[in-house]
Design a protein around this ligand. Structure first.
Ligand code: ADP
Ligand code: MG
Length: 291
């Protein structure tokens, strides 16, 4: 493409809400054949709400109250959903000490009566907490797209929580558009396989890579690059920055964290995944490929 075409293309892209940081980023965008999306906050609204409380021991209110007492110290979107769920029921929270966030697993803190842990199945396994007969319950919730969290006190599992995050209405259209452009779509998430698949089905995503710890996201992008794919990573979180930096093109959602925006080569000015196919179409047009 000529320098003039690139300048014009970058200007036009900016008016459509797509900021290419350099000409090279625009040229790389024209070569993409795979787009990887982070799930939470990118394909979904990122504002989860509590939809399920199961008590295995004691009452549902007690399970929720204990979980919220730990998660009041976390700023994770899942934590907010749990705390808001407890507030909606006017459950008074307890004091917690020694709060710890275990990235990719969950949280724990000491409460009266022992350590309370809230998180995924791996958090329970690493603390050697038996899962009892919860597999079917967890599966039922996750098949509906809910994120399942386990709540344990001491060495005992006391309940399960389900949280739902609405799929962004524009996400489905964005994925359809990408498929029309011949692009393969992938979801990359720390959430469980069942939950991820349920959401992927709603959005129409081709491939799911689930159960990925924050420090593994980058490696999964490298795997795709080694298969000779030209990969865009679309994300918003601090967790996503290494993956954004590794991809052929990193695309940050404009309302994302500062780290994501700084790391990405392309920034979507609006909080809307529909700008991803717009960016690719424009980049291809500038490169002289008629689309
Ligand atoms: P994502 O890839 O969706 O951003 P994370 O890597 O942040 O997910 O978290 C992975 C999993 O760890 C969550 O699905 C949840 O089960 C658990 N988890 C993480 N943080 C918390 C928290 N503050 N409270 C409860 N569970 C949590
Ligand atoms: Mg995330």
């Amino acid at each position: 493409a000529t320098p003039t075409a690139i300048t014009v293309g970058m200007g036009r892209a900016a008016r459509e809400g797509v900021l290419f940081k350099t000409a090279t980023h625009l040229e790389n965008t024209a070569t993409l054949n795979t787009v990887v999306f982070d799930k939470t906050g990118t394909l979904t609204e990122g504002k989860p709400s509590l939809t399920r409380v199961v008590a295995l021991k004691g009452s549902e209110d007690e399970v929720l109250r204990l979980a919220a007492s730990v998660d009041q110290h976390s700023d994770h979107p899942l934590a907010r959903a749990i705390v808001e769920g407890a507030q909606a029921k006017n459950l008074p929270l307890l004091e917690a000490s020694g709060f710890q966030n275990i990235s990719g697993f969950g949280v724990e803190a000491r409460l009266e009566g022992g350590t309370v842990r809230v998180g995924n199945v791996d958090l329970m396994l690493r603390a050697s907490i038996p899962l009892q007969n919860t597999a079917r319950m967890a599966e039922e919730a996750s098949l509906q797209g809910e994120t399942v969290m386990y709540v344990a006190r001491g060495q005992h599992l006391i309940g399960l929580l389900g949280v739902s995050d609405q799929v962004r209405p524009e996400a489905r259209r964005a994925v359809q558009e990408l498929h029309r452009l011949g692009i393969k779509t992938v979801m990359l998430t720390g959430d469980s396989e069942h939950t991820a698949r349920a959401v992927a089905r709603q959005v129409g995503i081709d491939q799911v890579i689930a159960g990925v710890k924050p420090d593994q996201k980058r490696g999964r992008i490298q795997d795709l690059l080694h298969k000779d794919r030209k990969v865009a990573m679309v994300g918003d979180g601090i967790n996503d920055a290494p993956a954004l930096a590794t991809a052929t093109v990193g695309i940050a959602i404009g309302t994302g964290t500062d780290v994501a925006i700084e790391t990405a080569g392309v920034v979507l000015l609006q909080d809307n995944p529909a700008a991803v196919p717009v960016a690719i179409r424009l980049a291809r047009a500038v490169k002289g490929k008629i689309v």
